[in-house]
Ligand binder design. Structure first.
Ligand SMILES: [Zn+2]
Length: 99
């Protein structure tokens, strides 16, 4: 099975029902420069491939699927991606540079 390393994240601003807004992840860019949508990453994870964030001088964080964005406004954007929290936040998917 393949292993993919994500170095950048693509986000989109969306309006909340209460008039505020938030940004959520719509896809990722790998270290090879290829863009994948959330759905493509989730489908890949479901078929047994492993996805990790890759940040200089930080441990890799495993990417896992979430059923939806589920931000404070209850956004249902789906599927969604996240990383397990560890001792550092720099390798969190949400904190990667934009790409
Ligand atoms: Zn959202």
């Amino acid at each position: 099975m393949g292993t993919y390393y994500v170095t950048k994240v693509r986000k989109q601003a969306v309006a909340n029902k209460d008039g505020t807004s938030h940004e959520h992840i719509i896809g990722v860019v790998t270290n090879l420069g290829r863009f994948y949508t959330n759905k493509e990453v989730v489908d890949s994870i479901d078929t047994g491939h492993a996805w990790y964030t890759e940040v200089d001088k930080e441990p890799r964080a495993k990417i896992k699927k979430l059923s939806s964005c589920s931000n404070r406004s209850g956004c249902l954007h789906s599927p969604y991606l996240t990383t397990n929290p560890d001792h550092t936040t720099r390798n969190n998917l949400e904190n990667l540079p934009r790409g």
